[in-house]
Design a protein around this ligand. Structure first.
Ligand code: UT7
Length: 332
């Protein structure tokens, strides 16, 4: 018997209604549409405004839509992995809450945190369960309510992030299609450039931490940019080389959407023409774990069976990596 490979057999994503535009942001902080478009490439982002809703509510929408679209009963799902940096609460895992909300009762569920690389790390983890031969239906969902940790008084970070979710169904395939290879890295020395200062075990929430606005994203943008632009491009080139892929062989680059300049640099390093690069950062901003499934979902109708895709991400940690996959179905 040949090798079992995990195949993506369905994709769905969800974004909230509310559009936070650059015009509205420029009334909140000292910024402009021109600066944001030139430096990052974002026009608007979606925000989950309703009180009392969190990442699990975003995830629920993507997962329920996925089940419906793929004609899958919640009872068939054996494992659900949620990648997130904005869990509903420290525990239980947001994955458990999503499973409960989506009526998934026969699965075990857990969260993974690899920041903006979280979806890729979770996708490979889900794939590894499929490859054992024991699991037939696994859901991997990325869900982040970034607005819950974004400081809307800080102009250096508040234009960057948005809320969204995206989910894929993984099933076993005969080896010709699906997830072919992955290369992942982490470098803990990157922590100082991108983190949240308080609310964890080192510095639990207190009046002081709230007053000091320490429950928001802290980012030294330029330093992160320098690491991201080099490493995301390098790892994408590395996976091409390892799999003897030339630019012509690749149908699409599916990059994490943090900054248009980082995306462009990655595409150039791979020798790809710009029309082979999935881009929707202008509409959603950086939705952390949801960027890659959100792209796949928006471009699904342009994907054909056998298309070779390179997925690439870079995020807090630092974490970064790339997945090479062969798309398994034609547009429906
Ligand atoms: O997904 C997780 C990983 N994260 C990333 O990949 C993000 C990587 N970093 C970036 O994308 C970019 O560094 C940013 C978009 C965050 C910032 O762009 P930059 O080109 O690195 O700008 P900068 O931080 O060097 O700031 C340039 C100038 C500064 O003014 P001075 O010192 O030159 O007078 C900033 O104060 O732009 C100023 N600035 C702004 N001006 C208008 C910073 N933010 C804004 C703003 N509007 N929103």
């Amino acid at each position: 018997m040949g090798k079992i490979r995990a195949v993506i057999t369905g994709i769905h994503a969800w974004v909230p209604e509310y559009r936070l535009t650059n015009t509205e942001l420029s009334r909140m902080v000292d910024t402009s549409d021109e600066w944001i478009m030139q430096r990052v490439g974002i026009k608007e982002r979606r925000i989950l405004k309703e009180e009392g809703l969190g990442s699990s509510d975003l995830g629920e929408k993507a997962v329920k839509g996925l089940l419906e679209k793929t004609n899958t009963s919640p009872d068939e799902i054996e494992l659900l992995i949620c990648a997130t940096v904005t869990p509903d609460m420290a525990f239980p895992a947001t994955a458990n809450i999503i499973s409960e909300k989506a009526g998934i009762k026969n699965a075990f569920s857990f969260d993974m945190n690899a920041a903006c690389s979280g979806f890729l790390f979770a996708l490979q983890t889900g794939a590894s369960f499929i490859e054992t031969g024991k699991y037939k239906k696994v859901i991997v969902v990325g869900a982040d309510k970034m607005s819950s940790i974004t400081d809307y008084t800080d102009r250096t970070s508040c234009p960057l992030f948005g809320d969204a979710s995206g989910a894929v169904l993984l099933e076993p395939g005969n080896g010709d299609y699906g997830i072919m290879d992955h290369i992942f890295y982490t470098d803990g020395s990157g922590q100082k450039y991108l983190h949240m200062k308080a609310g964890g075990s080192v510095k639990p929430a207190s009046h002081e931490t709230v007053d000091a606005r320490e429950h928001y994203i802290y980012q030294e943008g330029q330093s992160v940019f320098k690491f991201a632009v080099v490493n995301m491009a390098n790892v994408a080139a590395e996976i091409m080389e390892r799999n003897k892929l030339k630019a012509d062989d690749i149908a699409w680059l599916v990059p994490h959407q943090a900054n248009l300049r980082i995306i462009d640099a990655t595409g150039r390093r791979m020798g790809l023409s710009p029309e082979k690069v999935m881009i929707n950062i202008q509409n959603y901003g950086n939705t952390t774990t949801a960027t890659i499934p959100l792209c796949l979902w928006e471009y699904e109708k342009q994907l054909n069976k056998g298309d070779k895709l390179i997925l690439a991400a870079f995020g807090g940690g630092f974490t970064w990596g790339s997945i090479y996959l062969k798309w398994a179905y034609d547009p429906v």
